[in-house]
Design a protein around this ligand. Structure first.
Ligand code: NDP
Length: 284
């Protein structure tokens, strides 16, 4: 009997900068294949001046959604029909989802991070130190506050960026907040439950770069999370593991934000292990 073939391929994609082998594409398409979905996830370079046309293209071609990355996370908002709660609080979008005829902007970076923390620690009432005040830190701090963290100590080298994020958090979410400029080696205060590196220190090719942190203040049992996905075993991940901390690497966050995207687009819950394996293959 002839097998019925399905030629229709649903489309999702990523608007960002070109890379030889896009890790997110490898991860998402591994999940599509594993679950037998006739979907594709395409990576396209879109210049800032073409962003409006690209989003109109998404509408015309019937894409179910797309990720967008730097430099489009904020400027894409003007081309969308609405925002989810987190994207609206952060004023940044990394995932767009078609709902009927509408394109809705979501932010899955912070949610992916919080999902990777949950197996290790219950977040409500916890005290967190977040190093860095860029886009990743903003997403993480907003979601930690929404998840019920009691206090965030924000540490950032550039004072203006640190204070801008601190003010956004004070204005928009309910969490105790302290901002401290980063001077010398930072000592994590006693009583801290979770420490997050949300800076780009340690990202390939600077994988041996040292985070200015007093390692003696990382205690056994403390949760230490690094957002850097490449390499996954950063210097901080190795040092915190040796000190007896509960450690989360950047791949967990990347996989979890991918899971949320796939769930939004396709309605299925993908297998995280298949996605992590695809990333590990790309990152070697
Ligand atoms: P940004 O450029 O927005 O922010 C970078 C942050 O790192 C700033 O706070 C900057 O401080 C700080 N920083 C950089 N170098 C140093 C240094 N030498 N000393 C002290 N602080 C430093 O980047 P993003 O927030 O978008 O991304 C940060 C990292 O998060 C990237 O490496 C990215 O790969 C990773 N990421 C991981 C994801 C995942 O799923 N695992 C998702 C999203 C991002 P200052 O303000 O002083 O310049």
């Amino acid at each position: 009997m002839a097998k019925k073939l399905n030629f229709k391929q649903e489309l999702t994609g990523c608007f960002g900068q070109p890379v030889a082998e896009n890790p997110t594409q490898a991860m998402i398409e591994a999940a599509y294949r594993h679950h037998g979905l006739a979907w594709r996830y395409l990576t396209m370079e879109v210049s800032p001046s073409d962003l409006g046309d690209a989003v109109r293209g998404v509408r015309a071609l019937g894409f179910q959604g797309f990720n967008c990355t730097i430099p489009h996370k904020v400027s894409v908002i003007q081309h969308l029909d609405g925002l989810g709660e987190s994207a609206s609080l952060m004023e940044a979008v990394n995932c767009v989802v078609r709902k009927g005829e509408k394109l809705i902007g979501e932010n899955t970076d912070g949610k992916g991070f919080v999902d990777s923390l949950k197996p290790l620690i219950s977040i409500p009432g916890k005290k967190v130190v977040v190093l860095g005040a860029g886009g990743a830190s903003r997403a993480i701090c907003v979601e930690l506050a929404l998840a019920g963290a009691s206090h965030i100590t924000l540490i950032n080298r550039s004072q203006s960026r640190g204070e801008t994020l601190a003010q956004l958090l004070r204005d928009r979410v309910k969490v105790g907040l302290t901002y401290q400029p980063w001077v010398g080696d930072y000592s994590v205060p006693e009583g801290t439950d979770i420490v997050v590196n949300a800076t780009s220190i340690g990202l390939y090719p600077d994988e041996n770069a040292r985070i200015p942190l007093n390692l003696a203040t990382l205690k056994p049992g403390m949760v230490v999370a690094d957002v850097i996905p490449n390499p996954p075993r950063t210097r901080l991940v190795r040092e915190a593991t040796a000190l007896g901390c509960l450690v989360i690497d950047g791949l967990g966050m990347l996989v979890n934000q991918g899971i949320i995207g796939i769930r939004h687009w396709t309605g299925i819950d993908p297998d995280p292990s298949v996605m992590r394996q695809a990333l590990e293959e790309v990152f070697g």
